[in-house]
Every structure is written in C-alpha cells, then in structure tokens.
Design a protein around this ligand. Structure first.
Ligand code: ASP
Length: 326
C-alpha cells in the first residue's frame, strides 16, 4: 500500500516536475502583457513604454502595454496580483507600492505579499506646477494663495495611492492647508486639464512635466529633490523656494504575481538590466529629468528589500497626515 502510494507520488512528480521547468526554459514563448496602473500618456506609461520596448527585444517577445487606470493604481495592481503566476502578466508600478498598504484599509489583493519583484527601474523627481495665469509666480506665493483661497483652489492627482496624491498630501501638510483635490485615472489626462486651466495645481513627475514646462504650457514653481535638475536648471528646489525638507522622488519597479518562478523573475531582471544600459533609453530618461537606477538595484532581491523598507517608511507619515481610502 505504502509502496504503491510512493509509486503514485513519483509518477505525479515526474509529470508535474519537468513540465514547468520546460515551460520556464522556453520563457517567454509568447507576448507578455505589462500592466500600467494609470492612464496612457502619463509618467508611468512613459517609463513603461521606453523600458518595455528594449526588454522585449532582449526577450525576443513583444511586451504589450495595457493601461488599467483608476483608484490610485490599485485596480491595475490587483489585476497583476490575481493573474496566473506564469510571467505573462507583469506590472510596472511606482512608489504607490510603498504607500498603498498604509493608505487603503481594504483591497481585493495582498498589497504587501501578493507580488514577486523583478527589479527597480528609475527614481523620478517631482515638480510642483500650476496653471498659467494662476496668481502664484513662485512657491511662497502659492503657499499664500493656498492659505487665502483654501478649498477654492483645486489640485489634480491620479487618485489615492498615486505619486501626485502623495506629493499633494505632503504639500498640504507642509502648508497646513487643505485644498480641493480632483482625482483622475492618471496624470496624463490631468495634465490636459492643467494646460487647459480647468485645475489649478499639480505635483507630478518630470517624465510628464518637463516638456510642458519647457514649452511654457504650465508654470513650474519647484522641484522636489535636494538638488536642482540638469534638465530644468532654472527651477529652484522646494527648499530653496521656501519649503525646507520637502523632498520626494518616485521610484519605479517591475512585479510579477506571487508564486511566479524565480527563473522567470531572473530572466525578466536580466532583460531589465539590458534596457537600463540602452543608450537611447538613458538619453530619453535624461531629457525627461531622470536616470536609470544602477544595475545592482535592478534585481529581485534589491527591489524587494527597498520596497519593504519603503512600506515601513511611509506608514507613520501617512498615518500622521490622516488620509485613508476604504
Ligand atoms: N504615475 C501616475 C501616472 O502615470 C501619476 C501619479 O502617480 O501621480 O499617471
């Protein structure tokens, strides 16, 4: 009886064992879907498309970008967390992966343990921008305007969990004044409204704002990094402009669903490293005010460690700001 069971087990292993290994060896054998949890045309979309194109070349398969915007990135993240862990559904997400666990009390997926990590991609500075014509030509004037107009001013963001939400939250906390927030599926569409003058303020990544600032379509008041940017050398830091300690940059990383075999995550990580060395990608990132992370950070282990530390970092800050979503 016992021996028969052993034989059955061995037979089962023989069937179960080699198949996934074979499938992994051939990975990827068809196009991969990369979920961007924000609208097309926004900053995450831009980073994803530039990176995915080169990764796909290295992998010998197309990476198709799918924009699943809404609810501050949680709809797209849920899509990946709940997908088959076979390497064909992957996620490009940002700092929202660090803030969401503290911002949301209820989610349809596990925001801390529901993913495997592939590697970090880039850290993007943010800019505090306003519509042309707003009576704020510098950050001090914006602070004064926020305090006098209060809810009469509106601030665009990409929903609770978005980087623009986090930056707006930090701004309102620093100024100690709430304004009206207007959520979009991504800051791509929000930018259209900032240019059109429908919304007043937006704090967004340089990958979405640099070209609009240079074109004069919107007005930039400060950058959120400790030093000025080569891409926008005239723009003061928030500290220089009157808000010392106001610093945030938006790290991005690639994820797969929990349970995706390590061999697949490693293969994706190698492709990511190739992409981050690509001259055209590096040049385009620079034009947009950012740069790839160093190669040793584009690994599953470095990414996981950084992500988990970020969750720990943001929890008390978000709790102190007292903003949650259900
Ligand atoms: N990254 C978002 C987007 O691509 C915006 C955000 O997080 O604020 O639209």
């Amino acid at each position: 009886m016992f021996r028969r069971r052993l034989a059955t087990l061995a037979a089962a292993l023989a069937v179960a064992g080699p198949l996934p290994a074979l499938a992994q060896a051939q990975y990827p054998s068809r196009p991969i879907s990369m979920i961007v949890p924000f609208a097309a045309g926004g900053p995450t979309d831009t980073v994803a498309r530039l990176t995915a194109e080169v990764m796909g070349r290295d992998l010998g398969q197309t990476i198709v970008i799918e924009n699943v915007g809404g609810a501050g990135g949680t709809l797209g993240a849920a899509r990946v967390a709940l997908a088959r862990p076979d390497g064909y559904t992957i996620l490009m997400h940002h700092i929202g992966m660090g803030t969401t666990p503290a911002l949301y009390r209820r989610l349809s997926y596990d925001a801390v343990n529901g993913f495997e990590t592939v590697g970090l991609v880039t850290e993007v500075p943010m800019t505090i921008t306003v519509k042309n014509g707003l009576a704020a030509r510098n950050l001090s004037e914006l602070v004064a305007l926020m305090r006098s107009q209060k809810e009469g001013l509106n601030l665009a963001n990409a929903g609770i969990g978005a980087a623009s939400h986090l930056c707006g939250l930090l701004l309102q906390t620093a100024v100690q004044q709430q304004v009206t927030t207007v959520p979009y599926r991504g800051t791509g569409p929000a930018m259209t409204d900032l240019i059109g003058g429908t919304v007043d303020i937006m704090c967004d990544q340089t990958t979405n704002t640099t070209e609009q600032i240079r074109a004069g379509s919107i007005r930039a008041l400060a950058v959120t990094t400790p030093t000025r940017l080569a891409a926008l050398p005239d723009l003061p830091t928030a500290a220089e402009a009157g808000l010392p300690g106001f610093e945030v940059s938006v790290w991005h990383g690639i994820y797969t669903p929990r349970g995706t075999p390590a061999a697949i995550n490693d293969r994706l990580s190698r492709a990511l490293q190739v992409a981050l060395r690509d001259e055209r990608l590096v040049a385009r990132f620079a034009e947009l005010g950012t740069a790839p992370v160093s190669q040793d950070r584009a690994t599953p282990a470095a990414h996981r460690e950084f992500w988990q530390a970020d969750i720990t970092k943001w929890r008390p800050i978000i709790q102190a700001a007292g903003q949650y979503a259900d």
